[in-house]
Design a protein around this ligand. Structure first.
Ligand SMILES: [Zn+2]
Length: 324
């Protein structure tokens, strides 16, 4: 990963716009712990990381908006505190002097059903969908995907999407514990209950958005809690149907970058079509006093991620061939 934005300064070029980002805050008012793999988790410290991020974004006075890449709260948050905790975190984001776009993650859905979660995160959808798009400047469009559209968590019991997800897991994962990848080989290891899929209707919606963006000559940044490329993520963290989603994306030339969270150690790759994939390092895993957040300067020909603390800076130049 490159760590210099010196070129932009050398050329005297200003970004078209900038935005802040953070992922996997996973706050809970509980003692520190460890992940399944033994990685330390600092549940009470992560809100301090978020507070420092908001303070810095405000101090820059240049960010058009902020994106939260999901898992605002941890699954271990006592359930009688879930609503107030998500509200408290959403309020911290609101201190940012501009719009905040939230993405939902599995940990959000362990705490609250969609019907309660989405209004707190100001995601407006009568059908409780959490996918949407926005265009901060005429030449760019951001597409937020709902990676838990087909999921065994978050929808009511017996809901068609819950049933579809449970049947899918039954077919793909023979373990009693559907969060266990034991016996699953290679990329099959993503077929776990804490992941999910983009459903048919959302795929059709995405197709329409990409078609429109192409007509408008917009460059597209895809944002999803779940990573979309095996090169940038562990196999266990991928969207169930990342391959279908990427096949659709690759039919268009407008998508330049896919950003994600969920895989806490972070990652970066460029796929065979020249699309950049950047998975963000988690705020939750910052030892006290350290940070993981950043901002992005967006140009015509690239986006530059400037990281603080555990988020590595990354220069992502667009593939010139893709525009031919
Ligand atoms: Zn997650």
């Amino acid at each position: 990963m490159g760590s210099s934005n010196g070129l932009a300064i050398a050329q005297g070029r200003q970004p078209l716009f900038s935005f802040g980002l953070i992922s996997d805050v996973q706050y809970a008012d509980i003692p520190d712990g460890r992940s399944f793999l033994g990685v330390p988790r600092y549940y009470r410290h992560s809100i301090l990381v978020l507070q420092r991020a908001v303070k810095e974004w405000n101090a820059h006075q240049k960010h058009k908006f902020v994106i939260n890449f999901g898992d605002i709260v941890d699954g271990y948050c006592p359930k009688d505190q879930s609503f107030d905790t998500v509200k408290k975190l959403a309020d911290e984001f609101e201190i940012f002097e501009g719009p905040v776009y939230h993405i939902i993650g599995n940990h959000c859905l362990y705490n609250l059903p969609r019907s309660k979660l989405l209004p707190l995160l100001k995601i407006q959808s009568p059908e409780c969908h959490a996918y949407y798009d926005f265009s901060p400047v005429p030449g760019y469009r951001f597409v937020v995907l709902d990676g838990y559209d087909i999921s065994a968590i978050g929808w009511p019991q017996g809901h068609p999407k819950t049933l579809e997800a449970l049947k899918f897991l039954q077919d793909k994962n023979p373990n009693v514990d559907k969060n266990s990848p034991t016996g699953l080989v290679g990329l099959e290891r993503r077929f776990l209950m804490f992941n999910g899929a983009v459903g048919k209707e959302q795929m059709e919606w995405l197709d329409g958005v990409l078609q429109e963006a192409t007509e408008l000559k917009q460059k597209v940044v895809i944002c999803c809690h779940l990573p979309l490329d095996p090169g940038a993520s562990s196999k266990e963290a991928l969207l169930w149907n990342y391959d279908e989603v990427m096949n659709l994306i690759h039919r268009y030339k407008c998508v330049k970058v896919c950003l994600a969270g969920h895989d806490h150690r972070g990652g970066y790759s460029v796929d065979s079509y020249g699309v950049h994939h950047r998975v963000l390092e988690a705020a939750l895993e910052c030892p006290p006093g350290t940070d993981a957040f950043g901002y992005v300067d967006v140009y015509d020909d690239r986006i530059s991620l400037i990281g603080t603390g555990r988020i590595e800076s990354t220069e992502m130049y667009f593939n010139a061939q893709a525009d031919l």
